[in-house]
Every structure is written in structure tokens, then in C-alpha cells.
Design a protein around this ligand. Sequence first.
Ligand SMILES: Cc1cc2nc3c(=O)[nH]c(=O)nc-3n(C[C@H](O)[C@H](O)[C@H](O)COP(=O)(O)O)c2cc1C
Length: 324
Amino acid sequence: MKNKAPFINELALPIVTAPMFLISGPNLVIECCKNGIVGTFPALNQRSSEGFEEWLIEIKTTLKEFEDTTGKKAAPFGVNLIVHPTNPRLEADLKLCVKHKVPLIITSLGAVSQVVDAIHSYGGLVFHDIIKKRHAEKAAEAGVDGLILVAAGAGGHAGTINPMTLVAEIKKFYDKTIILSGCISTGRDVASALQMGADLAYMGTRFINTEESRATDEYRKMIVEAGASDVTYTASISGVHANFLSASLKAAGITEEDLKKDVKIDFGKELDTEAKAWKTIWSAGQGVALIDDIVPVSTLVENLKTEFKSSIEEQIKVLENFPK
Ligand SMILES: Cc1cc2nc3c(=O)[nH]c(=O)nc-3n(C[C@H](O)[C@H](O)[C@H](O)COP(=O)(O)O)c2cc1C
């Protein structure tokens, strides 16, 4: 376990709930941490740095109360920061993360050593998300503590590489924490991520369909009804390739012709900002195929534990029956 995130062995399951634009807020984060898995949210889910600090205080205070009253340890929580010149709040939000000693920072787009140094100054950890080897090498150079490998079929800005290949390719040169992202919806999937060589599973879409997420009922219902081929990978919405529920693209009047162009659509005034677009056009990964309920986080974690355990027991049986 040398070089691996120290909290891994303290979790109820090796899961980080992924930060999701418009979807994750304090309720989801708090419930995840209380149930022993890492909860995270994007700083930009709050409109201002002041609002972001209020959320940090709410999460820290509630988890402290939980620990004091139950004697149990809550899992660490994390914040997603977009490290890019287009994010005018980066400096202010980073200062707040340092002030409140946020245990885990997830950086997207840029991995820079200044951010890593700031978080390391109080003992925090930085995980960075990547979709290919070149980005992973750069992030490793910047000194991040873990790499989130976003494989094909993931919700949000997904990659295109098969998870088995991506994990194996990155593990050749990176020995710190490996977190696998993309289509992990069940406890069996979590066990499979470990089998591939990951240390932690990163789960987004599955957690949209929890009672504590900020998604609308219509969004969650569309996820229940969707199969893997009901998800469209397109750059038409944000200019960068991401996965969206095809039914929500259709409902927003986006045609096959628009999608074929694969460049950002000019939505005009109606959906002029990315936030407005993502409110109407719903992102989800191909893992929707295995999601058929909307449950509280506590129930989901219990189900994941049962599935995780039984799938590992199946593997042990295979080994036991193997000719010696
Ligand atoms: C609705 C939605 C919003 C997302 N927003 C963000 C975000 O703001 N920042 C980020 O780093 N990743 C974001 N992601 C990607 C997730 O963090 C994660 O990589 C992905 O959900 C994992 O794949 P899965 O959805 O198949 O589990 C988003 C994903 C979804 C589905």
C-alpha cells in the first residue's frame, strides 16, 4: 500500500462518488461519507465562492456531529476544481479549500504543481482526471496523489479507451492511487475495477438515481428507462465530447444532423451558457443499462456491499475449483 491514499482501507467500500455538475451537493456528499464512501462535489455547483464556503461549513459541521454522536468515522469528502483560465473562481475557491483543509481535491483539465503544493501544505490529497496517457504523464509530473482514469462510456466528459487497457497502460509508469471511472454501476463492477488493477472505483451516473442527488424526477426516470445504446457521445453540447441521454437531446429539439456535425451547437439565447444546456440536456454514462431504481444512498451502499462480496466469493470458488 506504499504510495496509495491512506484512507482506502478505512472505507466501507473502495468507492469515490464522482463530482457531478448540477447534481452533487451537501446532502449527497454527507450521506456518502456517513455510509463510508467518499462523497465529492464540484465547487462550481455553488454560484459564488461565498456559497461554496457555506457548503464546506455545512458538510464539515454535519460530519463532525455525526462522528461525535455515533462514535463512527465518516469517510473523507472531496471538492472538484476546474483548473483552467476560464474558471475565474479558481484562486478564491482554492484558498477556501486550504482554509477548510478539504481532505481530497479532484482537479479537472489542468494539473499544476502550485495547486498540488497548496493542498499538500495541510496534508490534503489531489486526484486528477485523465482520458489518455499523455495527460496522465503530465499530472504525474505535477505530483498528484492519484489518477482518475475516465474510460469509454462514462457520464460527463468521457474518454474513448477501454478500461482494461487504460488501467494497464497507466500502471506501467504510475504506482500511486489509481481510480477507475466509467460505467461502474454495481458492486460487481466495483470488484471488476479492483480486478483490473484499480485501487478505487469512481461512480457518477449510479448516484444521480439516489434520493439525495439534485436531479429532477424526470431525469432519474429517463435513466431507469435507458439502455446502453440510449446514450449519445457528442461534442455538440459543450464543445468537448460528453455522453448524454439521447431522449433528452431529442426532447431539446437536437437532430441527428446537428449531432453528425459534432461541433458545439449555437443554442442562441435559450441555452446560451453551458449550465443552461446541461440543465435541459442530461448527461449520463452507458452504465444506465444497470440502473433500475431510485434509492437512498444508504440502501444503495448496502446493495453495493452485497453485490461486491458475492462477486468476489464467486471468483474465490473459481480459484478453488481450478486444477491444482
Ligand atoms: C451529470 C454529470 C455531471 C458531471 N459533472 C462533472 C464535473 O462537474 N466535474 C468532473 O470532474 N466530472 C464530472 N462528471 C464526470 C464524473 O465525475 C465521472 O467521471 C463520471 O460520472 C463517471 O462515469 P459514470 O457516470 O459512468 O459512473 C459528470 C458526470 C455526470 C454524469
